[in-house]
Design a protein around this ligand. Sequence first.
Ligand SMILES: Nc1nc2c(c(=O)[nH]1)N[C@H]1C(S)=C(S)[C@@H](COP(=O)(O)O)O[C@H]1N2
Ligand SMILES: [Mo]
Length: 320
Amino acid sequence: MLIRSRRGWEIPEAQITPEHVFLNRRAFMTGSAGLLAAAAMPAGLRSAFAEADPSADLYPAAVNDMYEGGRPLTPEAISSTYNNFYEFGSHKRIAKAAQKLKIRPWTVTFDGLVEEERTVDVDTLLRAMPLEERIYRHRCVEAWAMTVPWTGFPLKAMVDYAKPLSDAKYVRFETFLDRKMASGQKQGWYPWPYVEGLTMAEATNELTLMVTGAYGKPLAKQFGAPLRLHTPWKYGFKSIKSIVRISFVAERPVGFWEEVQGREYGFWANVNPEVSHPRWSQATEELIGTGERVPTVIYNGYGEFVADLYKDMDGERLFM
Ligand SMILES: Nc1nc2c(c(=O)[nH]1)N[C@H]1C(S)=C(S)[C@@H](COP(=O)(O)O)O[C@H]1N2
Ligand SMILES: [Mo]
């Protein structure tokens, strides 16, 4: 079952879409309206972001509405105060602690099986990439979900930019390591820094998004600024935050949670309501902030984009 087409339970878009998405969608269609939309933002808010983040002028980006959220957006006040970011604590209320994250200067290193290793300033990178806004559902293995208007660019654009060699089979992502800045990283029983990986086919799938913003502005620190991954058909732990290194490799990377507990967290981690995690049934999920539970859908409802990636992989634990 797919969530792409409209369903009876969907509220008409006009009732659920926040103002910035509307302004934004008009901007996408008419071009010049985008300037008006940006000007319509409260001036105080705009200048606060402009001061704080040198990429602020890139937002809001044009909406790509190929990918329907299919659910009401999770209000920013909810999604930005209920986070998993173990670098800043092993509970959900890390938003305040995460403000310690220093996001400039910030560089991203491309290495491993590439034509040429290089380290790029994040602002140079952002300006070289085609930013757009997409509404995606996010599904954590702890059985909660949210729907967020992310801004970012297809990871494929960055793979092309990095120029991997033909023997690269996987992409390995790594988060920063700084025990002074992120007190969670003093917890020595975790295998810091956080690492995640995708196959090249997953990395270059059209759904795979490098996220640089949310809710029409640069990414809040607790969401994993300045650069995080989002693979909406996989459990949330695959969506690694605050990336500093992207390596092209021949061997399958071992992710942070797989390293911690390989029987509970695997490499593929595709959403499937029929395969329970040892501690959480995956049959339903809670839409955070609403108290509502809804049935979980295989591949989180994105099967039409990704199911083909997993044909003929019978021996693999695709769903944990
Ligand atoms: N570096 C890093 N990335 C991470 C995590 C983390 O603890 N550290 N948690 C993951 C998990 S389990 C989830 S569900 C999502 C949470 O994203 P959110 O806080 O933006 O909702 O981030 C993922 N990426
Ligand atoms: Mo998660």
